[in-house]
Design a protein around this ligand. Structure first.
Ligand SMILES: [Zn+2]
Ligand SMILES: [Zn+2]
Length: 63
């Protein structure tokens, strides 16, 4: 399974994120599901939008 490391605000640290099985049909047309969940706390983020990552980084920096 693909995984990424991002700062997780609830965890307050870099965590591994994985993609849960897509239930919204994002992959039905061969596309990539933008949803990622923290393997530690389960917090989910919808990515594919650089602003979201920036927001996560900002929250991490402010913590
Ligand atoms: Zn999806
Ligand atoms: Zn987390």
């Amino acid at each position: 399974m693909d995984s990424r490391s991002w700062p997780c605000p609830p965890c307050g640290e870099i965590r591994e994120f994985v993609q849960p099985p897509c239930a919204d049909g994002h992959t039905a047309d061969g596309g990539a599901c933008p949803e990622w969940a923290c393997v530690d706390c389960g917090t989910a983020f919808v990515l594919g939008d650089a602003a979201v990552v920036t927001e996560v980084l900002r929250l991490q920096h402010a913590a």
